[in-house]
Design a protein around this ligand. Structure first.
Ligand code: FAD
Length: 461
């Protein structure tokens, strides 16, 4: 990491300024520190320029500039990339967070969302029409990184992954072309974008299929950390209607008013429910949660769908230090449950929640070759996510999470979800895409032969 960043020289800065209608921020300006900051405080990079794009024209101008000047290009939407792919030293950051418009067509149940939207933007806009689509469980996560990597959330069992609901995308490719892709038009690019991450271009607009989801029964239920609870959770998922979204969480009790104080900071497991079926079945869901184990705290009720995606927000503000690992598994094998209990008990902080996403149901009804997301036979995806308030504490917890991931390895599939991986997981890219890797490589060669878009889980051309 450099301690200072060389700004672009006057002529080049002028050229970039002329190419963009939005804002250009350079080292030395008072707002530079704010403009270069990303969500994960582990990444303290100093780009030569940050372009805050206003529109697709700015995206084209910036991509052309970076390519012609041979500069490293980082693309950023919600800025939640844990490996810090939304920033770089000395290169150009293309920040899409000013492009946040959403348009809904209730008749065709479609949302068009600009590439810099967060899930808060999309959920708010769709909810007004009683509609929703699968998105992330923290409202400040960007739609760009999440959708192009696959996209798991509370509605995944019912509606599929975020990428499964993508109807079309407008993309600026490495040569500066503006390309619309769908199942019929530029179909190879459309295929690659649905799981292949940011490797193929910058999406300026996503069109999503929407589903009639307005209010849901949701919220957390906590139990003492116990393998039996997790095994009953596994049965709950196997038996339940796809309209039940239910993430399992393992970690330390958060200081929330509905959780008795004696559980604050103590090892717990929990289920974060999102039942999007009829209200008449709410009692049945409540009774099912009560059968998982002795409840030590619960806050489950009817709420608008967008609200369930804000419950982690306060726990996970920008500026914390993160280092993540991910796994996919078929079922939740007993050996994995043992590892969750063993490592859950030594979770390094309240924010370091291990989250198990069920991805069966509608996610399984898509064939493994239909999109670049390769693991349609995985039942669960887990994010192991040490999250600390200082760099030193985060570095100290890396060993904990590596041992945790190693303990899960014998009970996991070979690859894992790219969006739950850190920068030292690049060697797993082939395994993460397994049968789809070779086709992704061919498409990468066609659309980005010089690997301009290389700050990602990189498919090397
Ligand atoms: P950014 O840092 O802005 O971008 C990350 C990368 O995505 C970029 O480098 C670029 O390669 C690509 N990218 C971003 N925007 C575009 C675009 N418009 N066009 C092309 N490429 C683009 N994942 C889930 O599936 N479900 C979850 O519920 C979930 N929750 C999370 C909660 C937190 C607190 C965090 C930190 C992460 C979570 N993730 C989740 C992981 C998340 O999917 C990834 O971190 C993802 O990369 C975030 O996208 P972003 O746009 O915010 O990231």
């Amino acid at each position: 990491m450099s301690t200072f960043a060389p700004a672009l020289d006057g002529a080049r800065a002028e050229q970039l300024r002329e190419a963009v209608h939005g804002d250009l921020v350079q080292p030395g300006e008072p707002r530079y520190d704010e403009a270069r900051r990303v969500y994960n405080a582990m990444h303290d990079k100093r780009p030569a320029a940050v372009v805050r794009a206003a529109d697709a024209g700015d995206v084209i101008g910036t991509v052309n500039f970076a390519r012609e000047q041979g500069l490293l290009l980082a693309v950023r939407g919600g800025s939640h990339s844990v490996p810090g792919y939304g920033t770089c030293d000395d290169g150009v950051v293309l920040d899409l967070s000013g492009m946040r418009g959403v348009r809904i067509d209730p008749a065709t149940r479609t949302a068009w969302a600009e590439g810099g939207c967060t899930w808060a933007d999309v959920n708010h806009a769709t909810h007004a029409f009683g509609l929703a689509t699968t998105g992330g469980v923290v409202s400040s996560t960007g739609i760009g990184g999440l959708t192009t990597g696959g996209g798991m959330g509370h509605l995944a069992r019912r509606c599929g992954l975020a990428c499964d609901n993508l109807l079309s995308a407008d993309v600026v490719t490495a040569d500066g072309s503006f390309v619309t892709c769908t199942e019929e038009q530029n179909a190879d690019l459309f295929w690659a974008l649905r799981g292949g991450g940011g490797n193929f271009g910058v999406v300026t607009s996503f069109a999503y299929r929407l589903h009639p989801v307005a209010d849901i029964l949701g919220g957390p239920t906590f139990y003492p950390l116990d393998g039996d609870v997790l095994r009953r959770y596994r049965e709950l998922i196997a038996e339940s209607d796809d309209r039940l979204g239910a993430l399992a969480v393992v970690g330390l009790g958060p200081p929330l008013p509905f959780l008795p104080e004696r559980w604050h900071g103590r090892p717990l497991c929990g289920v974060l429910t999102c039942w999007s079926g009829p209200e008449t079945q709410d009692d049945k869901i409540g009774a099912r949660l009560a059968r998982l184990g002795p409840i030590v705290g619960q806050h489950v009720g009817r709420m608008p769908y967008p609200v369930i995606n804000t419950l982690f927000d306060e726990l996970l503000p920008a500026g914390l230090f993160h280092y993540w690992k991910g796994t996919f598994s078929r079922g939740l094998p007993d050996g994995a449950v043992d590892a969750y209990v063993e490592y859950g008990a030594t979770t390094p902080s309240i924010q370091s929640v291990t989250v198990v996403f069920p991805i069966d149901g509608a996610c399984h009804r898509v064939t493994p070759e239909a999109t670049a997301f390769a693991y349609r036979d995985a039942d669960f995806a887990t994010a192991l996510s040490p999250t600390l308030t200082t760099r030193a504490e985060c570095e100290a917890s890396m060993d904990w999470v590596r041992r945790f991931a190693a303990a899960l390895r014998p009970h996991s599939m070979e690859g894992a979800y790219v969006n739950f991986m850190d920068q030292d997981d690049q060697h797993r890219v082939r395994a993460n895409y397994r049968q789809n890797h070779d086709r992704l490589t061919m498409i990468k060669r066609r659309y980005d032969p010089a690997n301009l878009f290389r700050l990602n889980h990189n498919i090397t051309p």
